[in-house]
Design a protein around this ligand. Structure first.
Ligand code: ADP
Ligand code: MG
Length: 658
């Protein structure tokens, strides 16, 4: 059993069932774990009420759903930061629809039935939106009562409300799966500039999706709420700068505490809003792609090549958030090509777009009759504000530090959830917990999980276990902390990752890495990894029960029973692969040294057996489900037996030399 891949190097091998102590029972966990459990205390977690109100950011490019737990708001759904659903819907010929990542991927291949950016059409007439038609891969037509609609083929015409409803249905399903209760009510955000018709269209979309939109909130207001702005009990003037995928808007708003407003509630008053409904991160992607096309000899590009370049451009742009230079490979019709982008080039391409956003800022400030000196805070919203040049330019324009602590593409959803909690009215009762609801462990190489603390262990609790590296000379190890009952990391909830660096280079299996889990009274989990020889250490803190409901815990447990057999098989294939790869390496090394001393017929037989095992390792690396565990096991055993001779010869050779 082994830990997952580090970007630079590979993971860790557990000594428990790895080579250093082969035969140590895999399920001897209790030996480590039970002994460390101490007396029970009572950490807190919360359960959503029977009829929760969620917060939804229905974006032009991406949509999210969040819920406000006692511990604060959290974006719901899979992944570390919650699910971000691309606002893309594909209407299949047979009448069903796919939403999100799947639809986004299909877009290039099925442009005529895939709708993106439908939000631009919400509540508009066909006449008003005629100018946008070029940006849509689906023809715009006139729907009932002259409203804008989309012809998605097969004689089917859908309204923007129906498209939005598909996205909302998906978000609702994500929320229900995460919270474990039915979701029928939501606070939904819209741009500050949306008029009544556009707001009403948003409500209608919710109704189609079976959701009651209890409030429609302005996106900038939600962003301010997420930052807890408006709780200082004094009036404040803030600017929200929102640069998303295809739209930019800037809003100047005043927050007046309820006492001063005399309305019984804090008042978020929009003073001015300005922007550009055709300016955003997509333009940056297109500019990058164009630069590559211009600098390249192969000019004759088809539609598909162009789409592939734009997609690669976005990848390069995002990669530059943490690097000065990015290189991406693009699958063009003529074959794969590498393209590079530097931070300096990106800044240069963004400059004119950023300048346009600042023009709009100046307009909004003028309309609000205010100056930069009167602005208390500037909040950045939208995925494109991750661009360093955007942050710098905005800070310079308003002559103050900008608010960026929260994830810019999640802040609106988080704020919507805060507003939802306010609407729902106050706090909920706490559920007291005195045991760990789900097992805790770390990912090992090949995507399996090594559980260190089992579910229902009393808290506080402690456990530790020894691991090692899986590659020779490996100096880094990634520790991925997981929670769940399933056998594979991909089916468990990710709680966080951290890297242990600076392990002195040693052969695989030699470094001793001690991983310890400690859960305190409050249910806060600390994970520490320490390499014994060098004393190098790294750690992380997480809240393991964060946002899990009893129902969700029950569901995860139920699934673990349903999937237990299949999971175990995959886990076994992964373990077989990891151990076989090391065997192959060692046999290969031994064979290289003593080949000439061995009978050629034996060598041929051994190489055949090695090829048998290698084929299965490769298949297992591609998809562990495609490999029959028993066959793999038999092939590995045959190799184990056969390889004894080569190992003996290698040992004899070593002895002779010494
Ligand atoms: P919307 O509000 O329109 O739904 P988002 O706020 O989700 O849009 O922003 C999406 C945009 O953010 C996309 O253009 C995407 O490429 C961009 N984006 C996401 N992450 C990064 C990043 N790290 N650097 C630059 N741009 C990013
Ligand atoms: Mg947005």
């Amino acid at each position: 059993m082994t830990l997952p891949e580090h970007p630079a190097q590979c993971g860790v091998l557990s000594l428990r069932d790895g080579l250093a102590s082969r035969g140590f029972p895999r399920n001897g966990d209790s030996l480590y774990h039970r002994g460390f459990a101490m007396t029970a205390a009572a950490p807190m977690t919360t359960m959503p009420p029977a009829d929760p109100i969620v917060g939804i950011d229905l974006g032009t490019t991406n949509s999210l759903v969040a819920y406000c737990f006692e511990s604060g708001p959290r974006v719901l759904g899979g992944g570390a930061g919650g699910a971000m659903v691309p606002s893309v819907v594909r209407f299949h010929a047979d009448g069903h629809a796919t939403v999100g990542d799947a639809a986004r991927r299909d877009r290039a291949a099925h442009p005529r039935e895939t709708v993106a950016s439908a939000k631009r059409l919400m509540g508009r007439s066909a006449r008003e939106t005629a100018e946008f038609a070029r940006g849509f891969s689906v023809p715009l037509v006139e729907g009932p009562r002259g409203i804008a609609a989309l012809d998605v083929g097969g004689g089917r015409v859908v309204t923007p409300q129906e498209v939005a409803a598909e996205v909302l249905r998906e978000l609702r399903a994500i929320a229900e799966a995460d919270l474990g209760v039915a979701v029928r009510r939501a606070v939904i955000t819209v741009p500050a500039y949306f008029d009544d018709a556009q707001r009403q269209a948003t409500r209608d979309a919710a109704r189609i999706a079976g959701i009651d939109a209890v409030r429609i909130v302005n996106e900038p207001t939600a962003a301010a709420l997420a930052y807890g702005i408006g709780q200082t009990r004094r009036a404040e003037r803030i600017v929200v700068y929102d640069l998303g995928g295809g739209t930019f808007d800037v809003t100047v708003l005043d927050i007046v505490p309820s006492e001063q407003a005399g309305t019984g509630a804090d008042c978020f008053q929009v003073l001015a809003t300005a922007g550009d409904t055709a300016l955003g991160g997509d333009d940056v992607d297109r500019a990058i792609a164009q630069r590559w096309i211009d600098s390249d000899a192969t000019r004759a590009l088809g539609e598909h090549d162009r789409a592939a370049l734009i997609e690669a451009a976005e990848r390069a742009k995002v990669a530059l958030a943490s690097a000065d230079r990015a290189e991406v490979s693009v699958a063009l019709a003529a074959g794969a090509r590498m393209h590079a982008l530097t931070r300096a080039e990106l800044d240069e391409l963004c400059a004119p777009l950023v300048a346009r956003t600042l023009d709009a800022c100046a307009r909004a400030m003028r309309d609000a009759q205010t100056t930069a000196g009167e602005i208390d805070r500037v909040v950045l919203v939208g995925g494109s504000t991750r661009l360093a040049c955007v942050r710098a330019a905005v800070a310079r324009f308003f002559a103050k530090d900008v608010y960026t602590a929260l994830d810019p593409d999640r802040v609106v959803a988080l704020g919507a959830a805060v507003q939802a909690a306010i609407v729902a009215g106050g706090r909920r009762d706490l559920l007291l917990l005195d045991v760990i609801p789900l097992s805790l462990g770390i990912e090992t190489v090949g995507g399996a999980i090594a559980k260190l603390i089992m579910r229902n262990s009393p808290v506080p609790a402690r456990a530790h276990e020894h691991f090692s590296t899986s590659k020779d000379g490996q100096t880094n190890v990634r520790i991925h902390v997981l929670q769940g009952e399933r056998e594979l990391a991909e089916h468990c909830r990710s709680l966080g990752t951290f890297d242990l660096r600076g392990i002195p280079p040693m052969p695989a299996g030699i470094p001793q890495i001690d991983v310890s889990f400690t859960i305190d009274q409050n249910g806060v989990l600390s994970v520490k990894a320490r390499e014994k020889r060098s004393g190098t250490e790294a750690s992380i803190q997480v809240v393991p029960s964060y946002g899990l409901t009893q129902d969700e815990v029950d569901r995860i447990e139920r699934e673990s029973v349903e999937h237990a057999r299949a999971d175990m098989t995959v886990h076994r294939v992964i373990d077989l692969r990891v151990h076989s790869e090391l065997d192959l390496k060692w046999i290969g090394e031994a064979l290289a040294r003593v080949r000439t001393r061995l009978d050629p017929a034996y060598v041929a037989e051994l190489e055949r057996a090695m090829a048998e095992v290698r084929t299965r390792c490769e298949a297992a690396a591609r998809d562990p489900r495609s490999v029959v565990a028993d066959d793999f096991h038999r092939a590995k055993q045959a190799l184990d037996v056969l390889s004894m001779r080569v190992h003996e010869a290698a040992i004899a050779e070593t002895l002779r030399r010494e």
